[in-house]
Write a protein that binds this ligand. Structure first.
Ligand SMILES: [Zn+2]
Length: 190
């Protein structure tokens, strides 16, 4: 019995410290008081990190991750599957925002050729990382998911309409991503 109790306590303590770390990270964002919209959240984060973030709704090919964070030199894109149910879209977007907030590292997953294909209007050298949404239970994935859920609580209304402005290079990105047979990440991982 003692062993069982001890074993049960350890993960709890671990989760508590994980939760507190995440909450602290969200507090440190100094979000404006009151309810946010997804756009006001993105605007705030963009200003805070000095990197505008654009949402890019896409029809991704089968087998793709349903969300991707594409980090270029001066701005970030969060691409998500536009055919998902709104509630799932919301979860995907918040998850990718979680990665952005945590500044998670992603190994460069794209060859220069793939980058050129994907982002012809962006200098390949400027694309620092592309992070596909995965459901692996890695610490980074757990963190992104939890921070996304914390941020989601602050968002009052959620529109499924495309109220966001898609910059020209993101529209290009959308077209290229849609044309891919498989996500770059999977290809590179072999
Ligand atoms: Zn993820």
């Amino acid at each position: 019995m003692m062993v069982m109790r001890w074993r049960r306590k350890e993960p709890d303590r671990e989760f508590t410290s994980f939760r507190l770390d995440c909450e602290e990270r969200v507090r440190a964002l100094r979000l404006p008081p009151g309810e946010l919209t997804i756009q006001s959240l993105l605007d705030h984060l963009g200003e805070r990190f000095g990197r505008p973030i654009h949402l890019v709704p896409l029809a991704l090919p089968p087998g793709s991750p349903d969300g991707m964070w594409v980090s270029a030199e001066e701005r970030d894109f969060i691409a998500f599957e536009e055919r998902l149910a709104p509630i799932h879209q919301r979860q995907v977007i918040l998850h990718e925002i979680g990665h952005f907030v945590c500044d998670h590292e992603a190994a460069p997953v794209m060859t220069p050729e793939a980058t050129r294909l994907l982002l012809p209007s962006l200098d390949p050298e400027l694309v620092q990382r592309v992070l596909g949404r995965e459901h692996a239970h890695s610490p980074a994935e757990r963190e992104a998911e939890f921070i996304g859920s914390l941020l989601g609580r602050q968002i009052g209304s959620w529109t499924t309409q495309r109220v966001w402005e898609v910059p020209p290079e993101a529209a290009e990105l959308a077209a290229r991503l849609s044309a891919l047979e498989r996500p770059a990440r999977e290809r590179d991982e072999r």
